[in-house]
Design a protein around this ligand. Sequence first.
Ligand code: ATP
Ligand code: MG
Length: 761
Amino acid sequence: RQASAPDYLAGLNPEQRLAVETTEGPVLVLAGAGTGKTRVLTTRIAHILATGRAFPSQILAVTFTNKAAREMKQRVGMLVGEAVEGMPWLGTFHSIGVKMLRRHAELAGLKSGFTILDTDDVVRLIKQLIQAEGLDDKRWPARQFAMMIDGWKNKGLGPSEIPEGDARSFANGKGRQLYQAYQDRLKTLNACDFGDLLCHPIRIFRAYPDVLQEYHRRFKYILVDEYQDTNTAQYMWLRLLAQRPQGEGDWRSSAEGRKPDRASAGQAAPAEGQPPQAAMRPVSENRVNICCVGDDDQSIYGWRGAEVDNILRFDKDFPGATIIRLERNYRSTAHILGAASHLIAHNEGRLGKTLFTEKIEADDAKVHVHAAWDSEEEARAVGETIEQAQREKHNLNDMAILVRASFQMREFEDRFVTLGLNYRVIGGPRFYERQEIRDALAYFRVVAQGADDLAFERIVNVPKRGLGEAAIRQVHDTSRALRIPMLEAAEKLAESDELKPKPRAALREVAANFARWQAALDHTPHTELAETILEESGYTDMWKNDRSAEAPGRLENLKELIRSMEEYESLRSFLEHVALVMDAEQQENLDAVNIMTLHSAKGLEFETVFLPGWEEGLFPHQRSLDEGGRSGLEEERRLAYVGLTRAKKNLHIWFVSNRRIHGLWQSTIPSRFLDELPEAHVEVDEGGSSYGGYGSSYGGGSFASGRGGRQNPYGASRFDNLGAGGSGTGGAGGSTSGGGAFSNTYATPGWQRAQQNRTEA
Ligand code: ATP
Ligand code: MG
């Protein structure tokens, strides 16, 4: 077998091959963008399977986004064919976490049909708790506390483990108590939030060594992509799964002596009082087949608790680790790579690495930088560039627009709808976030899981059934007093005479409906049941009778919802999918432009990439600037690096001089990151002019005069020319009068100058 290399190894460079073939023991691949880290992982899986080292079900492979998980599955599928279908443990941290939690839900105090709450539900729940405490929810916003909880869970901290300072900072010192109340409430609702998908398994692993051992026996190989972005909880989870002690290792002594009683399992906190990692020690004698790949320059989730240090600590956690560096970039042209490397070199806190490419061709385009008046013009110009490319037979699938903030998407979406250009939004909860979809899902959730009070509350009076606030409050009170779900409370109230006849009749009907649907759950095809629910509840009729302009669209969406359920085996698996895959693409199979945030573009690659909105305050984001210090800004720069390195061939960066942020028009300054791009690899999209010439056209005069008769009050809009072939058209203007409205502020010879202005602005 060793003599002639199998096909899948052909084409790998020696370092990549080493990373693939070093199957035993810990391996860390630390390398820059586009060097084939993900390719190494997928090939490694193929190698493990092809050499019979493990069955597909014995491999745990973790990625960060659903999209990345799908791509990995696809790539492995191309190498090993059908076998990939037998890999249940290939997915995101969350999807694997939920699978584990379903198997051991009781150990966390849940039942296996538990609901996964989305942010919206969480916020509503917390708001109730804050109000129940008699606190002012304006002074202590639920959203803020939801973020705090999320932060604690990213660190793997339960209510009893959070730092005193944190506990004191919210709600007059009631932080810890509220967090505990929240966890208790989740249990009553038979629900968990996203953070729990890892925190519960971590606690279970610690409290029940036999459960952990089962996974140790199961997983022969562990692989992790984008390791630089693991947060503390993910790291703890991984370490628990990866470290196999021989006999009774030190690592679990803290879990021993703890009675594995059901009641406390959900909150068990074996490592209390210690930093999380201190609970375990490296296990040197036992080699662990874990392979992590990552790039410290692409660490972009610090704001969500990611610890780039995890990558630096790898060989301490896993002694004897083989560390492999890859230096050849296979993705991008020399211009793109040159621009990205130059930019990231401005960061101080980095390991530093060499990157080179052999993709050098004479007609490679430089990185294009474009200016626009405002975001509408930006979207229009990008749209024209895309249409032009489409005429030249480029696929829309190969193009991506990567935005810093999701609000930037709307402008592009609007524009593309007008142009009839297909697009898909990746990573955004768009479709499922619509009101009618949320309502319908709430019905389904109550049917699937009767204790889901948040869902129940959402639709108990939708459509209107004459249930006033008083009646609903009474349902609430009864539910709380008797510690039963609201649906049960409604049943009880419907039979008592505590309510007036009208609401009582309404509740009786609601309760009877849900009882009937729940009874049908197991023996009616779920799409049929879903349709029945929407009909019998009067929900569909509500929109049929609605005269508003949106109503027909909403009915179509509901139909689409039912259609989309067909792909799933059951209502439950569909609901799980919805909860997890809020970024489900529509138009998956259509040729369509991809729109997403920079954060969700991690690991992906496209022929052509558009990076709009490179302005101070948007990118780098104002928050990172306000923070002061270096770290926020450096994370933004890494994000820019991620953006630049997504492109294979063409890269277009845009900035506008006016932008509406939170409803207010603001004049803006080009991003400092533009200054940090090397002149040699950049072309300002303007008839041959470089930095200097660029400033004058930005000043507004040149093109306005060249084009006469434009109704644009600002005088400058050279980007209308783009679709017609770019630079040639208007270039002649050169340096005529800088008459535009913004020439006063912006008629500077280039970004360097604008940079200086920033302090004055
Ligand atoms: P990122 O840091 O952005 O996640 P990465 O290091 O994971 O990047 P990959 O996505 O695995 O890089 O690879 C980048 C591109 O280079 C892919 O299109 C991949 O197929 C290609 N590639 C990687 N290695 C080779 C190779 N040895 N020969 C040819 N192409 C390769
Ligand atoms: Mg990758």
